[in-house]
Design a protein around this ligand. Structure first.
Ligand SMILES: [Ca+2]
Ligand SMILES: [Ca+2]
Ligand SMILES: [Ca+2]
Ligand SMILES: [Ca+2]
Length: 458
């Protein structure tokens, strides 16, 4: 059975979202008749890494994964409930694009490769087995071949799991590396200044931070771990002082602090910010526009937003303000086009995320709830429909879906458009996996142990 490379075979057509709540995609889906090819298992950590994944032959050295359809003919039966097309040959490869309420004027030709502004086109989600209990996910080019690779933390196996991308949206076999105990989060950066990307995990069970140094070929050394007084629950990494080496922000959970640490290992403390014991999501971003990174975090227990202004080496006293109910994850971007950093917070267990506009001095407007679907768990922001305006993608655990909220450019958003996953997402990341210039989405699906890859099909 020949591998079908044509991404159009998976193109979904979307239905218009007209007025109102959660909008499910409709239309037709042409089944792919084969699973993505993958590399042979490389238990030795040996020679298959370090270059592009060149195999296109599904019959050679590959293991079927991410099964969505089985069958030789255009009639195929599928495990995925949305994948029920029985006559793929009748589908025009170019299908109707999504539209949404409000701004109208959304292009209509998904799959023609043209990628017109306003076009919103995604293929059906492709699952890949990745572990037991996935807690976090990152995209990075771990082997320096120009293609994004996937890293997840697996709290069920005390490992990080890596799959290498082939630049066409397909992923290699999974490659595990030991982490600390029960990793809750990870960040990827070059923490030892050898020009190869490394991984740091926040080991909530082991009360450690672990550094897994990379060799530039997506292989990672045994973890070097440093003890923390309390369970670390979330991480951020950026270069605060411009010396080329990243600093870490670690949410210390029960300690009620955020620790700012300096690379290299063992990560000496630079500052400690007093937060709340429910503080989880943390990011570095310049909210005050002075060129120095600040800290923004959320406390889901006390329902607070924390902002601490930085000057490149030190931070002022954190400002705390009430912020909705149970905010736990935060993403930042300029949603209203005034060049000031705004934020979107994810409120676990609710049916919404919320947006707050920054004033450029470190203050934020009251939060505006945005309907997302049930139990949002994470969010990412990017311009998904190429209209130059930031949009939001939300991992909606209760709906087993990604909700896309298209931005209007004035800080408001269209009603959500759902991409079904047939899995319960807990974390989401954005990147161009197939190098078509349009952004793809990947979720880590918690206890499902899978990731879901949703490719753009402009
Ligand atoms: Ca790569
Ligand atoms: Ca390194
Ligand atoms: Ca703004
Ligand atoms: Ca957009």
């Amino acid at each position: 059975m020949a591998f079908r490379r044509d991404p159009l075979a998976l193109t979904i057509s979307w239905m218009a979202a007209v007025g109102g709540s959660f909008v499910a995609l409709g239309g037709n889906l042409a089944c792919n008749d084969d699973a993505p090819p993958v590399l042979a298992a490389d238990a030795s950590g040996g020679s298959t890494t370090g270059g592009p994944i060149a195999t296109d032959d599904a019959d050679e050295d590959t293991t079927p994964i991410g099964t969505t359809c089985q069958g030789e003919s255009t009639s195929c039966s599928c495990e995925e409930p949305q994948c029920t097309d029985t006559d793929a040959s009748s589908e025009a490869p170019a299908t109707t694009a999504a539209t949404s309420t409000g701004t109208g004027d959304v292009a209509t030709r998904c799959g023609d490769g043209a990628g017109e502004s306003g076009e919103l086109c995604f293929a059906a989600a492709v699952p890949y087995a990745m572990g037991i209990m996935l807690t976090d996910i990152e995209l990075a080019d771990l082997d320096d071949d120009g293609d994004l690779d996937v890293v997840v933390t697996d709290a069920g196996s005390n490992q990080v799991q890596v799959r290498q991308g082939d630049g066409q949206g397909r992923l290699s076999v999974v490659r595990p590396s030991p982490s600390g105990l029960t990793p809750a989060a990870c960040v990827v950066d070059d923490f030892n200044s050898d020009d190869s990307l490394d991984i740091v995990t926040a080991d909530a069970g082991g009360l450690t931070l672990s550094l897994l140094t990379g060799d530039g070929a997506a292989r990672f050394a045994a973890p070097q771990s440093v003890a923390r007084a309390t369970a670390p629950v979330h991480l951020a990494a950026r270069d605060l002082d411009g010396d080329g080496t990243p600093e870490l922000a670690v949410t210390d959970g029960a300690a009620g602090t955020i620790s700012i640490l300096r690379a290299p290992f063992p990560f000496e403390p630079l500052a400690t910010l007093t937060a709340g014991t429910g503080t989880t999501g943390v990011v570095f971003t310049d909210v005050s526009g002075d060129g120095a990174l600040d800290v923004v975090a959320l406390d889901g227990t006390d329902s607070r937003l924390l902002v601490a202004l930085g000057n490149g080496s030190q931070f002022g006293r954190p400002r705390l303000s009430d912020f909705g109910s149970g905010p736990q994850r935060v993403v930042v971007g300029d949603f209203d086009g005034d060049d000031q950093v705004d934020l979107v917070a994810v409120h676990f267990g609710s049916a919404s995320v919320s947006r707050a506009l920054g004033d450029g001095r470190g203050e934020f407007s009251p939060e505006l709830p945005l309907t997302s679907g049930t139990d949002p768990r994470d969010a990412a922001t990017a311009d998904f429909n190429g209209d130059g305006v930031l949009d939001i993608a939300v991992a909606v655990g209760g709906d087993n879906a990604i909700a896309l909220l298209l931005g209007h450019g004035d800080g408001t958003f269209a009603d959500p458009i759902a991409i079904p996953l047939n899995a319960t997402p807990g974390a989401i990341v954005v990147g161009d996996l197939n190098r078509d210039g349009w952004l793809d989405l990947v979720t880590a699906n918690g206890a499902g142990g899978t990731i879901s890859v949703v490719l753009s099909t402009p």
